[in-house]
Design a protein around this ligand. Structure first.
Ligand code: TRP
Length: 462
């Protein structure tokens, strides 16, 4: 069957830009602005950033192409896409469990993603009302701790954010999303530049650049390498079917390669700018780079409290951050909702309510991780429920999903199917991608897994 004869069941994007914008909206989110700076701080800076960039290029980009390709060829929710493509290639139906793995990861991630996005909502109110004006780093710290110490407030914000997400998903992902991403993403970029401009005048800009870009490999543990790789998946929304679902709405004539490069570049740019805005504030105020998940909430308000027009810039910044988180959160449950609509004959509204309800409930565990369950009694291997959930989903489930996606594409599918879906001839570019995807990407993911569990240790330090 010729691929171009197949039409998607859930409709299509109106143009190439619509897809690129939606996928960028999914990719750019809390991962770039909240998570990238704090894990970079926790893992020692430069060397970690370098590994992360290598992972984006050699693992993230090839897998993103594979994931979009599978989505467009399958034209269904990830589970049905995998089942269908495996059948088409004459392979085992067990490949559909890959879809299940992704759906599970998506709901688990959404459960804590929404709690953190709730912090941003809370901060919008605080910045807009001028709470931070003139505060010291200590004062800003206290505000953060009093927020996370209060489970009821966290629950209220988590509920609000999840409801916002569910409203969009229930109405169908495509309406409105395109327009919003088109205008708000560039604005987010401008605001980050304003913050970087402020950071240049803190007196610690040089030091921050050194921290971010001068690699000191003695600070890089095997676990840091795993975290850098996990983050490459997380920040590009890979390995769980989100990009696959978006790809399933992609028209035939669009170049997957171009789209991937644009998305990955925009995503990386936002993360690096966020780092360049935050670390100068960290160093200028004598804060700890490894402060953890509260890092941006403990640093940016200092800047907003001091710069002229800080209340305004601060409020706009948090609006954009919430927006970025929103367009990402949507893609975390879209695969599950698409599946329920296809296979269980549910309406979108009911499917969304069910999926969102599960994520809401699981979110309680993350909320309690910062207060009533923060004591050692509630920790496993020194990790809170939130830490464990984050580690399991991002560092294990996403890379595993991505590994299987790329293996399916370049080892299981016929080469001709892949070429015809990419719409390319057997040129040098295709060969490079195919070669990297067959050997470099899967081997790199496996080696990083093995390295993290210590298997490679005796080989590296004989
Ligand atoms: N990429 C988003 C961020 O950086 C988070 C996200 C959205 C995601 N959809 C995803 C992560 C799917 C993994 C899989 O904030």
């Amino acid at each position: 069957m010729k691929p171009s004869s197949r039409e998607p069941i859930h409709g299509q994007w109106s143009s190439r830009w619509a897809f690129v914008l939606a996928a960028t909206g999914s990719a750019v989110g809390l991962g770039n602005i909240w998570k990238f700076p704090y894990i970079t701080g926790e893992n020692g800076g430069g060397a970690f950033v370098l590994v992360y960039l290598v992972c984006i290029s050699l693992i993230g980009i090839p897998i993103m192409m594979a994931e979009i390709l599978l989505g467009r060829r399958g034209r269904r929710s990830p589970i049905n896409t995998m089942r269908h493509l495996a059948q088409e290639e004459g392979r085992h139906g067990a490949w559909r469990y890959l879809g299940w793995l992704g759906i599970l990861a998506g709901v688990l991630i959404l459960s804590y993603y929404s709690v953190i996005a709730g912090w941003a909502l809370a901060y919008l109110v605080r910045t807009g009302s001028g709470v931070f004006t003139g505060l010291t780093a200590d004062g800003v710290n206290n505000i953060f701790y009093s927020l996370v110490a209060d489970p009821e407030r966290l629950l209220a914000w988590h509920t609000l954010f999840l409801t916002m997400t569910m409203v969009v998903v229930a109405r169908g992902v495509r309406s409105g999303l395109e327009q919003a991403v088109r205008y708000l993403m560039p604005l987010l970029l401008v605001l980050l530049l304003v913050l970087v401009g402020y950071a240049m005048n803190t007196g610690a800009f040089q030091q921050a650049l050194g921290f971010l870009f001068y690699p000191d490999f003695s600070k890089l543990s095997p676990n840091s390498v795993l975290i850098a790789m996990g983050h490459a998946f997380f920040t590009l929304s890979l390995g769980m079917g989100a990009i696959m679902v978006y790809g399933s709405y992609l028209p035939r004539h669009v170049s997957i390669t171009h789209a991937t490069l644009i998305i990955a570049t925009a995503d990386t740019l936002v993360a690096l700018l966020a780092g360049m805005a935050i670390f100068p504030i960290v160093f200028a105020n004598g804060l700890a780079p490894g402060a953890g998940p509260g890092l941006i909430f403990q640093t940016l308000p200092i800047a907003f409290g001091r710069m002229p027009g800080g209340e305004f810039f601060g409020a706009v910044f948090f609006v954009l951050l919430i927006f970025a988180a929103w367009t990402s959160a949507i893609s975390l449950i879209e695969p599950l909702v698409a599946y329920m609509v296809e296979n269980l004959r549910m309406t979108r509204v009911r499917a969304t309510a069910l999926a969102g309800g599960v994520a809401w409930f699981l979110g309680l565990g993350t909320i309690f991780s910062f207060n009533i369950w923060s004591g050692d009694r509630y920790k496993l291997w020194g990790l809170t429920f939130f830490d464990l959930l984050d580690y399991l989903t991002v560092n294990i489930m996403l890379p595993l999903g991505g590994l299987l996606i790329v293996i399916f594409t370049v080892w299981v599918m016929r080469r001709e199917s892949v070429m015809s879906e990419l719409g390319v001839k057997d040129g040098p570019l295709f060969r490079i991608w195919y070669l990297v995807s067959r050997y470099v990407t899967p081997v790199a993911v496996l080696l990083i897994f093995l390295h993290a569990i210590g298997v490679l240790q005796p080989l590296l330090n004989p």
